[in-house]
Design a protein around this ligand. Structure first.
Ligand code: PLP
Length: 440
């Protein structure tokens, strides 16, 4: 089926790009000139009337699909009642209902408490601040290739790409980095089964004995599946090992679920695949179906040490965002988590078929509807082929398929969780033609 009415980008899109370039600060690196007009589920239309299949959902944000009727109805209903009444100063039911829903969906048997923010970055900031406040320790351990945000606290832990840090030093003191248990690019020349032990040993036998004593470490923070770093699913036992280290040294364990959470991997939280319960979860992106909202959710015994006024913001708990959170969590719980599991499994199977066909696809990995396809120059060296990943993204756009890259050479698939099997088939056909066209 061809959905394209004009050459891509069309004339109205080009005009919008020019207007944008004149007035928008150039720090955002736009990947290709898609100019949105409207969307429905996994389909979007640009300002020239061209239809695309959207497999990135605004960077894993539009979890329930574009303009899901239940989300639209909730926001419209709330907008007519009241839009905002400072959640840090006053009370309101939409905020309480969203927090009740969110805490009821946390893993394990503990009670949890929430701090609402406006973004993933601020959820991570809140987590770092709570960890320091609670433990009265200063240091934080993060991981290479991680992404946690761009404010100074979160950026100091982010270790994904040099351009994110260039020109911004010095970072926040007290941050140390360890190796993520990446089975495809092992930091040591060892078998994937050994990677877990090496990564954990590095923390305990190198970091703790050289640069940061364990009893100065407030928290270890990691993504259950690294997002910006390349959609990397860690080796089995990595998270259980982190939990064990944290328990033995009195360190808090923070799971940054900003990209992986809210049903995307087929479970409410990606950490549930690991069989452990963290102390703090940072959430955002899919949480509000597109409303700007984040949440730091911590076990109650940890969060409850905060004294009134210790942390706060103006827009956290915004009524429109809260209604979107409640409705999003309900829709995800009722139907979309199961869909992510089923359609994600089918998508993975179809992508593996392409992996068998195209020599530069080095790896296909992921969980649910959080899937990465990594391009390599050579199967034996696994040298990342970033130019090819970019060429795939550009060519797919020109054919009506919206993709995004991550890591050094990975295409990430993080579609709305309403994706159907028929849409997977459509995406696979477009992708296969794309891969042929760019010589993958
Ligand atoms: N943490 C993770 C894992 C992310 O993927 C991101 C954004 O990509 C962030 C934090 C920052 O979130 P935001 O861009 O909403 O501030």
């Amino acid at each position: 089926m061809t959905n394209l009415l004009t050459t891509i980008p069309g004339p109205r899109a080009l005009e919008m790009v020019d207007r944008d370039t004149a007035v928008m600060a150039p720090c955002s690196g736009r990947v290709y000139p898609f100019v949105m007009e409207r969307g429905q589920g996994c389909e979007v239309w640009d300002v020239d009337g061209n239809r695309y299949l959207d497999l990135n959902a605004g960077i894993a944000v539009v979890s329930t699909g574009h303009s899901h009727p239940r989300i639209v109805a909730a926001i419209q209903d709330q907008a007519a009642k009241f839009i905002h009444m400072a959640g840090t100063d006053f009370y309101n039911e939409p905020m309480v209902k969203a927090a009740e829903k969110l805490t009821s969906l946390m893993p394990g048997d503990d009670q949890w408490q929430v701090f609402f923010s406006n973004s993933g970055t601020e959820a991570v900031e809140a987590a770092i601040k709570l960890a320091r406040y609670n433990t009265k320790r200063q240091n934080i351990i993060g991981f290479y290739s991680s992404f946690h945000g761009r404010s100074y606290g979160s950026l100091s832990i982010t270790a994904s790409k040099p351009y994110q840090r260039r020109g911004f030093f010095p970072m926040m003191p007290g941050v140390f980095h360890a190796f993520y248990a990446n089975p495809f690019h092992t930091p040591w020349d060892v078998d994937p089964e050994e990677v877990t032990r090496y990564t954990l040993d590095f923390i305990e036998k190198t970091l703790f004995t050289t640069t940061t004593p364990a009893d100065d470490v407030a928290a270890i923070i990691a993504e259950p599946i690294q997002g910006e770093g390349g959609y990397v699913v860690p080796t089995p036992g990595f998270w259980a090992g982190l939990r064990d280290i944290c328990d033995r040294y009195g360190i808090l364990l923070i799971a940054d679920e900003v990209q992986s959470g809210v049903g995307r991997t087929g479970k409410m939280w990606a950490i549930e695949h690991e069989g452990i319960v963290p102390d703090i979860i940072a959430s955002a992106k899919g949480l509000g179906s597109g409303l700007p909202v984040g949440a730091m959710i911590a076990r109650k015994e940890i969060a409850s040490v905060w004294k009134p006024g210790a942390h706060g913001n103006t827009y956290g708990g915004n009524a429109l965002a809260m209604r979107a959170v409640y409705e999003t969590l309900s829709v995800v719980e009722e139907e979309l988590m199961a869909n992510a599991n089923e359609v994600g499994g089918y998508f993975m199977q179809r992508l593996h078929e392409l992996e068998d066909r195209f020599e530069h696809i080095g790896d296909v990995r992921g969980r649910g509807l959080m899937i990465g396809m990594e391009f390599v120059k050579d199967q034996s060296t696994r040298e990342p082929h970033g130019e090819l990943a970019n060429a795939v993204m550009d060519e797919a756009f020109r054919r009506g398929l919206l993709l995004l890259t991550c890591g050094k050479s990975t295409i990430r698939f993080c579609p709305p969780l309403v994706l159907s099997k028929a849409q997977v088939d459509e995406a696979i056909d477009l992708l296969a033609d794309t891969l042929e066209a760019v010589g993958a």
